[in-house]
Design a protein around this ligand. Structure first.
Ligand code: BGC
Length: 457
């Protein structure tokens, strides 16, 4: 006891004076290390669990990022959008008064390159010394990825991004399409830990979630000229198909269904938002025994929501590593005839009676195949490379677009076993380590995605 007290006394001054390195953690729930950063970096709050030393001193990098020819975010726009009063908050059913455009929602629009990810990539490239890798990293700035709204505090940024997308559409003559992920369910990530969210069912989670959706609707309302594609709640319905044996998923079932229903109904009232429900991936719902239960859940939720006409279909492989078309089956897929996303989609589609069987497929981190020890390994899998570029020329009528949903370089979860939200998948031998908290920047992982990109950047 005494000697450990002495040791503590000796250590404390070192902690007080230490400055965290660039990209290191510098705050968050449970954090006891350094809270200031080395010169050239500042400690920025990314979520309540994690503050990180990011290059530069700006705390509002997003608002001043320049994308293409459009400067994102003016004070006027931000203020106006941020204070917009929501008028549809109490409506609960889709109006059905607007008709979706016929055909592929991606056709005829320029997909907007989102400023927040651009700011992350710009900062990351600045810290790569090898000129070839740095140049390749900067190529990522030209590729559209989805923007995740994983906390309600980020929702006011949506109006800023849409204002920029709108301006870009007007100046170029081709309207913009903005890609977003709706991701803030109460008791989120019920079968894992790494992405547990800010709301809990026990503490008013459903009402908080409805408010989150209302705020999203309010942000989009002023921008009917921008087409929005929304991926709805990655992993949520898939967990209800296969993981009801997990107590937290069973307890969340009713709330997840109510929240996803509310999301698609409210977004449907806008007339410019095309929604894709998340449908896991080939190695999850693509197993033959899971296909029919999955189709039943998607279909019944959709119908009981009133068949919202702007629900366009399903998103697959979000944040996963599967190929759309695998050159040959990865040995870890043995036993599942649906060993890639196309086979999964082709097997699921005929079972979707009365549900729109259109798909978008994440290929952002699918450039390198056969890198996992097991198909269920999902956390920062080592050796992954950026994959096929986003396109709406997919070659398959059921597939509206190949997309990059997971922003490559944002982490899947921490490998620190004593940190909050630790999930053992993040310290498996095929997981890149050490890794920071989910959603925060993982520089080493980004660099690997760049160098292993297939096709090359
Ligand atoms: C994290 C989110 C993050 C998303 C995209 C998820 O795993 O939990 O915080 O926004 O990945 O990087």
């Amino acid at each position: 006891m005494f000697s450990s007290l002495l040791a503590l006394v000796a250590i404390v001054p070192a902690f007080v004076n230490a400055q965290a390195a660039i990209y290191a953690q510098c705050g968050g729930i449970g954090w006891t290390g350094a809270t200031t950063c080395v010169s050239g970096a500042s400690c920025q709050v990314l979520n309540s669990y994690y503050s990180q030393c990011l290059p530069g001193t700006a705390t509002t990098t997003v608002g001043t990022t320049t994308v293409g020819t459009t400067t994102v975010g003016t004070t006027t726009t931000t203020t106006t959008v941020g204070t917009t009063t929501k008028t549809t908050g109490t409506s609960s059913a889709p109006t059905g008064s607007q008709t979706p455009a016929a055909g592929n929602p991606f056709t005829g629009f320029n997909v907007f390159v989102p400023p927040f990810y651009a700011s992350e990539v710009t900062a990351a490239a600045a810290n790569i010394t090898d000129p070839t890798t740095k140049a390749a990293a900067l190529e990522v700035l030209n590729i559209p990825t989805f923007t995740w709204f994983d906390q309600v505090a980020k929702v006011p940024d949506l109006g800023t991004y849409l204002a920029a997308a709108s301006a870009q559409g007007k100046s170029s003559g081709t309207p913009s399409l903005f890609q977003m992920v709706v991701y803030d369910l109460p008791d989120r990530d019920c079968a894992a830990a790494a992405s547990n969210g800010e709301f809990t069912i026990a503490d008013n989670g459903q009402a908080n979630y409805f408010n989150y959706i209302d705020q999203i609707v309010a942000q989009i309302t002023p921008f009917p000229d921008v087409r929005v594609v929304a991926v709805i709640e990655p992993d949520s319905l898939a967990n209800l198909v296969t993981n009801l044996n997990v107590a937290e998923c069973a307890a969340a079932q009713t709330t997840y269904l109510a929240c996803v229903t509310y999301a698609i109904q409210q977004l449907n009232t806008l007339g410019n938002v095309y929604s894709y429900l998340d449908a896991g991936h080939a190695g999850w719902l693509g197993w033959p025994a899971n296909l029919q239960p999955a189709a039943n859940l998607f279909t019944s939720l959709y119908k009981s929501a009133g068949s919202p006409s702007f629900v366009r279909g399903l998103a697959t492989n979000v944040a996963n590593y599967n190929a759309l078309v695998a050159a040959s089956p990865d040995p870890i897929t043995a036993g599942n005839p649906n060993y890639d996303e196309l086979l999964y989609i082709e097997a699921l589609s005929p079972l979707l009676t009365g549900f729109p069987a259109h798909f978008i497929v994440d290929q952002g981190r699918s450039g390198v195949q056969n890198i996992r020890n097991a198909w269920g390994d999902w956390c920062n899998v080592k050796g992954a490379g950026f994959g096929t570029r986003p396109t709406s020329n997919t070659g398959y009528t059921a597939i509206d677009a190949i997309v990059w949903v997971k922003p490559g370089g944002e982490c899947d979860g921490t490998s620190n076993s004593s940190a909050p939200r630790y999930d053992y998948h993040c310290s498996l031998s095929d997981a890149d380590q050490p890794s920071p908290q989910a959603g925060t920047w993982f520089q080493e992982y980004f660099t690997t995605l760049v160098t292993a990109a297939n096709p090359p950047l």
